[in-house]
Design a protein around this ligand. Structure first.
Ligand code: ZN
Length: 161
């Protein structure tokens, strides 16, 4: 069996930021990841690289930002008056905050703090980054009709409902 649409795939993986060589995430010492192929459960560049692979296959793939978490958009970076953070114990670069907007809550990361202004970034934390994946394919099975309908995996490693 090879990886194709409507297969449930289990992989071990390691992700490295191509610029800094920093390991962003790894399943090495934990549970492997299970996803439904062809349902955009994972980033497009990785899904594409997995197409046609079989159990036991190991490979490395570099995924450009556009096929990973998207480009970094400068217009999603904003200056906010420090007064907007009143009531927070501390305001520091690297902190994740949730802002309530007319369109619902959005996740922001504080990237810079000055005396009266805070810079917040609404881009995905991995936006603009090329990522290198090391992947090994552990398991492949057919998805159930229900899983295909829901667009995600049920059972171990998946949704429980
Ligand atoms: Zn479901």
């Amino acid at each position: 069996m090879t990886i194709a649409e409507h297969k449930v795939v289990t992989i071990h993986y390691k992700v490295v930021d191509c610029d800094s060589d920093e390991v962003i995430d790894s399943s090495e010492n934990g549970e492997p990841m299970t996803y439904l192929h062809g349902a955009r459960n994972i980033i497009p560049g990785l899904e594409q690289a997995l197409e046609g692979k079989a159990v036991g296959d190991e490979f490395e793939v570099t995924v450009e930002a556009a096929d990973a978490y998207g480009e970094h958009h400068a217009d999603r970076v904003q200056q906010v008056p420090m007064a907007a953070f009143q009531g927070m114990e501390k305001v520091e670069p690297g902190m994740a905050v949730t802002a309530q907007t007319d369109q619902g809550p959005i996740n922001l990361v504080i990237t810079a703090v000055s005396e009266d202004e805070v810079t917040v970034d609404a881009n995905h934390p991995l936006a603009g980054k090329s990522l290198k994946f090391n992947v090994s394919v552990e398991e492949i099975r057919d998805a159930s009709e229900e899983e295909v309908e829901h667009g995600h995996v049920h059972g171990p490693g998946g949704h429980d409902h």
